[in-house]
Design a protein around this ligand. Structure first.
Ligand code: NAD
Length: 317
């Protein structure tokens, strides 16, 4: 009997190559009927009898994983972050969880720099204004000679730094594991977190969601930023207390913010809605054709490997 693979990850569904790879290797592919990340109850409905899940940011809780046993053999996250998967419970049930490190790095780094330029030059606001029939100009700023503060210098943070250096930016950074290559190649200066927050003209977040990073940007840390500074978050919504950021933007504590990720997605009523100094995108960091193909192939290969009895290449648990 063909093993059933449930695909919930939206990026994976876009990759014909990745879907074909699963089918060509004898899998029966079941595509989620939802065009978004699934809630626990929705996952519970779909998980029974499934040998593998190619997951997006779905609620893969202990209850869901338990309901998938004993058939479930692997949860392959199609992407980097796995904060919505209970990896401890998966380990307990002997189900490997894998991700696709580095596969969407370029896409997220490109978006981050795009958001920085949009903030600096008011591109999104002026676009709306001109579409509304106004010929309104505004004076922006250059990236060159400005300080970029990077929190988390892993795959994406490192690629953002590479791009920022091409714009003649100075880089300060915080990471629990500083990277010698970034210091030597790009002159990155590692500093304590508070110093990075205080020195940055653009502060960009690239850490995972773990207890130490949840609510990192809040009403205590926002006032440490320069009033002319911009915050960019293309990592995870949980890193920022949205209400505190909304208040800081309204009160001019900082100049602006660009966010691709939110506490609750899809974003609905939020203190950030309708703020002219906030640029919001609907979690599109990895939404490029190139990243979808790369991520999809990596996730499909992990599924095939594990379903054929081999060890996964990129386990996170
Ligand atoms: N917007 C999107 O669509 C999108 C797509 C992919 C990834 N992401 C998110 O981007 C973030 C970064 O992804 P990545 O692939 O670069 O991850 P990565 O693992 O390569 O890098 C994370 C870095 O954070 C550092 N770190 C961990 N804990 C820390 C702490 N407490 N303080 C300081 N530094 C710490 C690590 O040492 C590492 O260098 C993740 O949150 C991921 O979920 C978002």
């Amino acid at each position: 009997m063909r093993k059933r693979v449930l695909v919930t990850a939206m990026s994976f569904r876009r990759s014909k190559e990745a879907l074909a790879l699963l089918e060509d290797n004898g899998c029966e592919v079941i595509v989620s009927p939802y065009n978004r990340a699934l809630q626990e109850a929705e996952m519970l409905d779909l998980i029974k009898g499934v040998s593998a899940i190619v997951a997006g940011n779905d609620a893969l809780t202990e209850k869901v994983i338990a309901a998938g046993m004993p058939v479930l053999e692997i949860i392959a996250r199609s992407g980097a972050g796995y904060n919505t998967i209970d990896i401890t419970a998966a380990r307990r049930f002997g189900v490997p969880v894998t991700n696709t490190p580095g596969a969407n790095t370029r896409s997220v780094a490109d978006l981050t720099v795009g958001l920085m330029i949009s903030l600096a030059r008011n591109i999104t606001r002026l676009n709306q204004s001109l579409h509304a029939g106004n010929w309104e100009k505004s004076v922006g700023g250059e990236l060159g000679e400005k300080t970029l503060g990077v929190v988390g210098t892993g795959n994406i943070g490192g690629e953002v730094i590479k791009r920022a250096v091409a714009f003649d930016m100075k880089i300060v950074a915080f990471d629990i594991y500083p990277r010698r290559d970034l210091v030597e190649k790009y002159g990155v200066i590692y500093l304590p977190l508070k110093e990075v927050i205080a020195q940055a003209d653009f502060l960009s977040l690239h850490v995972p969601v773990i207890p130490e990073t949840i609510n990192l940007i809040n009403k205590a840390t926002l006032p440490l930023m320069k009033p002319t500074a911009y915050l960019i978050n293309t990592a995870r919504g949980e890193l920022v207390v949205e209400e505190d950021l909304g208040n800081a933007l309204k009160q001019g504590v900082i100049a602006g913010a660009a966010l691709d990720v939110f506490n609750k997605e899809p974003l609905q009523d939020s203190s950030l809605n309708n703020l002219p100094t906030a640029i919001l995108t609907p979690h599109i960091g990895a939404s490029t054709r190139e990243a979808s193909d790369r991520v999809g192939i990596m996730a499909a290969e992990e599924v095939i490997r594990v379903l054929s009895g081999a060890a996964p290449r990129y386990p996170v648990n």
